[in-house]
Design a protein around this ligand. Sequence first.
Ligand code: PSU
Ligand code: MN
Length: 305
Amino acid sequence: MKFFTPSADIARALKLSLPIVALESTVVTHGLPHPENLYLARDMESAVRDEGATPATIAILNGQVRVGLIDSEVEELSKAKAIKVSRRDFATAIVKKSHGGTTVAGTMLVAQQAGIQVFATGGIGGVHRESPFDISADLQALADTPMIVVCAGAKAILDLPATLEYLETMSVPVVGYQTEDFPAFYSRESGLKISAKLESPEEIAAFAQAHWGAGMKSAVLVTNPVPAAVAIPKAEMDPFIAQASQEAVVKNIRGQALTPFLLQRISELTGSRSMRVNLALLLNNARLAAQIARALTARKRTRAL
Ligand code: PSU
Ligand code: MN
């Protein structure tokens, strides 16, 4: 018996080998306030559909691991009390019959077993600045899950150089979509370099096939800079990040609670400007992921002929 249940939509798309994009749900349960979280979840699904792919939001409802939600379920999740589910937390949510928002690592665990190869998120977790031992399980998942993960880089609240070093050690290629610079979520630039610059969804699909064709089992991390119209320059963000980080240390906030605390505090400090950036980049990533999923499906079809 599989430990997850696909929706009718996803079961059909899987059967017909149609392009599918997995979407995470921690951003809905812990990343954004209500009702912005609900609008965002709906908008991401629409963005994926507009580009000709099927969205698969992954989440846990009453202890059931679900792949693809209907609108009333997305609405329920956006209001309900839910736990944050990374890879270690599935058993907790299942046994306690809780609602759960899956993180990047949690979403990858389910998506891979469902046979979904492309996933869109906002920003991955990484090595925290506050404690060198607080390393997101997202990095381990990227190391051992063959999947294309589209993000806007790692959040600038993290230790970005250490995060990139970890990814290199774990053999995760960091692709810059039309950029040489590793994007820092709110900002288009970080001053750090990606490992390969690629120009199109087709090139990314070919790159992923070459990576896995070489026997690699790791993910391909695609970094897509936030649209220039809403980006906040790094120099403007740095003081807010430093303040939020300092407050987390003073308040002794650790573990699972740290990422949500920092994100919310930065949103307050920037007068919601950071939240608008967050929404824009999530949609931008959903669109690119759908284009990549289509390109990957097309390549598999021509190979099969
Ligand atoms: N980035 C966001 N919003 C979020 C997250 C990342 O803009 O809500 C979530 C993702 O689900 C990511 C998780 O996987 O935070 C990382 O948490 P941690 O550092 O505890 O592993
Ligand atoms: Mn952590």
